[in-house]
Ligand binder design. Structure first.
Ligand code: PLP
Length: 379
């Protein structure tokens, strides 16, 4: 079955005698046990909860992994994966990371004695050269955020395999509808469920899906030991969001394509970047490993002041961090989502101060284009 079918075709309530169409919210911390010396399937919600289990199994099936895990945020999902490493180990990561991931790697992970070496993930030889005797993990996002570079996940998986590294892909910008990193050779897929999976800007959530049972055992241990799992109500909301993932992404992505093409054609000075634009550096790699280019695009306003003027003048694009919602939004990554990147890295990474990032919603494309062009005309 195709992903579109699997998104809605799953058992929403295993073993429930009433056969509800929606997953019940098991809003309980603890479960009564028949005996004091032998526990049932569930005993305490930190360790396992039926609502969460449906979501976790659903995510595992959608990503084609052995098991899925739902976390309280994308950040706890990432933090948990980094805990697979121990002091002295090293992560090789692409340098264009989500701001929160940069901060986590630079401070928290480093504090645990794990070093992070940043490389250009589009340069496969450079990635191979960066791997040293202490390297245990290769960590990337694709498309990257905010520069929308696309990394060749199959080629990176081959490097990881040759060098015996765990290959982790943060696929938040794609969702399992557009890209399935495990099938491309990744060991671990990470999602900020807050973004496309939820799609309505009303849940903070994260997900990890792993390739095999050995990794599943370790992630499960960490999720339970640290108490980082997602609550039942939020699991329900994420399950509901997932049912419309295809519809939302189809509509949002079509809007992104229309807007990118319009701006590219009529305002070449804006340097529109979108992996779905033919001629974009990322186009061919994206087309080879994903079924769509996603809902994010960027362009340059010309100056930081112009970027602020455009963002502030728009009516339909709300100024907000995050992306993937049914509502369109706009941000200036330099001062917003990526303000948490350590200052020296932010300069080295070359995130332009006048870069605007748009997340396309499900509004009418003509309305969105009219809103944008009205502000661009005022420059
Ligand atoms: C937002 C985001 C995260 C962090 O997720 P939260 O749910 O905000 O904790 C991680 N990775 C990427 C690519 C993101 O966009």
């Amino acid at each position: 079955m195709k992903t579109a079918t699997r998104l809605v075709h799953f058992d929403p309530a295993p073993k429930d005698p009433y056969r509800p169409m929606a997953t019940p919210i098991y809003q309980t911390a603890t479960f009564e046990q028949e005996h004091a010396d032998s526990f049932g399937e569930y005993d305490y919600s930190r360790s396992g909860n039926p609502t969460r289990r449906v979501l976790e199994d659903h995510m595992a099936a959608l990503e084609g992994g052995a098991r899925g895990f739902a976390f309280s945020s994308g950040m706890t999902a990432i933090a948990t994966v980094t805990r697979l490493l121990k002091a002295g180990d090293e992560i090789v990561a692409d340098w264009d990371l989500y701001g929160g991931a940069s901060r986590l790697f630079d401070s928290v992970v480093r504090r645990a004695g794990v070093t992070v070496r940043l490389v250009d993930g589009t340069d496969i030889d450079a990635v191979r050269a960066a791997v040293g005797p202490a390297t245990r993990m290769l960590y990337v996002e694709s498309p990257t955020n905010p520069l929308l570079r696309v990394l060749d996940l199959r080629a990176l998986a081959a490097v990881a395999k040759d060098c015996g590294l765990l290959f982790c892909v943060d696929s938040s910008a794609m969702s399992p509808y557009l890209q399935q990193p495990l099938a491309l050779g990744a060991d671990i897929v990470i999602h900020s469920g807050t973004k496309l999976l939820c799609g309505h800007s009303d849940v903070m959530a994260g997900a990890v899906v792993v390739k095999d049972e050995a990794l599943a055992k370790e992630i499960y241990f960490l999720q339970n030991a640290e108490g980082t799992a997602l609550g039942p109500m939020d699991c329900f909301l994420l399950l509901r969001g997932l049912k419309t993932l295809k519809l939302r992404i189809d509509a949002q992505q079509a809007n992104a394509q229309r807007i990118a093409e319009h701006l590219h054609l009529h305002y070449p000075q804006l340097e529109v970047a979108y992996p779905g634009l033919q001629g974009d550096a990322a186009y061919a790699v994206q087309a080879a490993q994903a079924t769509g280019a996603g809902v994010l695009l960027t362009f340059r306003a010309g100056s930081p002041a112009a970027a602020k003027q455009i963002a502030g003048g728009l009516e339909l694009f709300k100024i907000a961090v995050s992306f993937g919602s049914v509502n369109s939004s706009i941000s200036i990554p330099y001062g917003m989502s990526h303000a948490s990147v350590p200052a020296d890295q932010r300069a080295a990474r070359g995130i332009p101060e006048d870069l605007l990032r748009i997340s396309c919603g499900i509004e009418d494309a003509d309305d969105l284009i009219a809103d944008l062009t009205a502000q661009i005309a005022k420059l």
